[in-house]
Design a protein around this ligand. Structure first.
Ligand code: GDP
Length: 483
């Protein structure tokens, strides 16, 4: 709402040779142009864009901004077990990579690059090789975000299943755009329309039905429509305007690491900004070292790797963890110091989370509400992950919670699904500062201790009224602290 006369804007557009037809939505660039002309500030409040901007601030320095160049998108495939993630990845890898790059993929380094023909030109894109939302969530819980687009596979003969929901929740919470691959359309009993209906009922409206979620019907097994899928992905990527500055020291994220018998610690990096070169000194997590050699996804030695390109490197003193950030440092001494400082701060962090600092719990929410200190704690919104025994419980619990007065605090459901509380639920909670409520489900010991270590609250209930009461009391500042 610019508070400027419509006719005036139309006049201005005509003067620029643009003839809007009256009802059409204006292209973003045109809106920006108008705003500039009338000296109005453009506020892009799209959450995906906001997340993107926050991320850019983290990755880019001031000096990068006028040197940005296009970079390939990095993709993750997620979806329910047996819906065809691995088959899709394999098909793409075999048909595309082997055909386009001499030698093909000889060793798994955790990601691979391939070239997709778009308008007669080959455009690169990068697939992360570990499918599933678990890996995605674990990386996010560590503060890493490498995925630009989530490809969510849904089997056309099975529809939305619990892990489909989880995958969607993870992608949404991360603000990553979603492309749906409706798979197994070759099968008897395949019903893609039904899948589209199910998806629209949870807020993912297909583009074909006027929504904004691209959905492509494929058969990963037969290799049908995979080109369509890749093209669609590349179109979504184009809209994201993915950029980086290749002319600087590299930084990025570790996506896989391990100890090799003869090579020692090996790590696969995805470069997110800059260019990584042989001989560079890097610090990543608590590890550091001089990059002695780089290998591409074909196992070939390379001299450097630019933005979005996955490379395996050797030369680190230690094995880092997937999700660790890496950056190039001028000297080995400084790298050592940084690695040590980081190890130290991680130790302190562990002690701090043990002590419960900044932990989001129902009790901390309750005391914040009663003390009237919501804003300081950023608890105006309580993010909830809801795990229940059967589908029917989801609506029952959710509806009961949604009618609670939300004057002080609003509830936001990040995920509602059936099944026991899992490590990936905890990861989602860590990355999104959420609490986990369970109704008639369990949390395995390992998951509980993981949550404890990370300062995530899991509350399990057998009686629905207890659950509702606790949440209501917390939202009203009345909940008595436990223990
Ligand atoms: P993931 O658990 O999601 O990685 O699923 P997989 O890729 O392992 O696939 C599970 C099963 O579904 C395998 O037996 C595949 O052969 C089969 N499958 C995958 N894609 C298709 C498809 O497009 N059509 C048919 N008929 N079967 C498929």
């Amino acid at each position: 709402n610019l508070a400027i006369n419509e006719g005036e804007i139309l006049g201005y557009l005509y003067s620029k040779g643009i003839k809007p037809d009256g009802v059409q939505t204006l292209d973003k660039d045109i809106v920006k142009m108008i705003c500039k002309e009338y000296d109005v500030e453009v506020l892009d409040v799209d959450p995906v864009k906001m997340e993107e901007m926050a991320r850019k601030k983290e990755i880019f320095d001031e000096e990068d901004l006028d040197k940005l160049e296009d970079r390939p998108p990095v993709l993750t495939i997620m979806g329910h077990v047996d819906h065809g993630k691995t088959t899709l990845l394999d098909h793409i890898r075999k048909s595309k990579v082997a055909a386009l790059e001499a030698g093909g993929i000889t060793q798994g380094i955790g990601a691979y690059k391939l070239l997709v023909p778009i308008d007669g030109k080959l455009q690169p894109c990068v697939f992360l090789d570990t499918p599933g939302h678990e890996a995605f969530g674990a990386m996010r819980a560590r503060g890493a975000r490498v995925t630009d687009i989530a490809v969510i596979v849904v089997a056309a003969d099975d529809g939305i299943r619990p892990q489909t929901n989880e995958a969607i929740a993870h992608a949404k919470a991360a603000g990553v755009p979603i492309v749906i691959a409706i798979n197994k359309i070759d099968k008897d009993g395949a019903n893609p329309e039904r899948v589209m209906q199910e998806l629209s009922s949870i807020g993912l409206m297909p583009e074909d039905w006027g929504g904004d979620i691209p959905m492509v019907q494929i058969s990963a097994l037969k290799g049908e429509n995979i080109d369509d899928l890749l093209e669609t992905i590349m179109l979504v990527a184009e809209l994201q305007e993915l950029k980086a500055n290749p002319h600087r020291n590299a930084k990025g994220t570790v996506i896989e690491a391990g100890l090799h018998k003869s090579k020692g610690p090996v790590a696969t990096f995805i470069v997110q900004n800059g260019t990584l070169k042989r001989g560079d000194v890097v610090v990543c997590g608590e590890a550091f070292g001089k990059v002695r050699a780089l290998f591409d996804d074909g196992g070939n030695r390379v001299d450097e790797a630019g933005p979005s390109v996955p490379v395996q490197i050797i030369g680190l003193n230690n094995v880092p963890i997937a999700g660790d950030e890496f950056e190039v440092i001028d000297s080995l001494d400084v790298a050592r110091e940084k690695a040590e400082a980081r190890a130290e701060s991680l130790r302190n962090e562990r002690i701090a989370t043990k002590a419960g600092d900044g932990k989001v719990t129902l009790s901390s929410l309750a005391s914040a509400v009663s003390a009237g200190k919501l804003s300081g704690l950023d608890l105006h919104q309580l993010n909830v992950i809801l795990k229940v025994d059967v589908q029917g419980s989801i609506e029952a619990v959710r509806q009961a919670l949604q009618v609670l007065p939300q004057d002080n605090v609003t509830l936001k459901f990040l995920l509602q699904a059936t099944g026991d509380v899992s490590a990936s639920d905890v990861d989602l909670a860590i990355a999104s500062k959420a609490i986990i409520l369970g109704f008639n489900v369990r949390a395995p010991g390992s998951v509980k201790s993981y949550a404890d270590n990370k300062g995530v609250e899991i509350r399990l209930y057998r009686v629905i009224y207890d659950l509702i009461d606790d949440v209501r009391n917390a939202m009203e500042g009345l909940l008595e602290p436990v223990e």
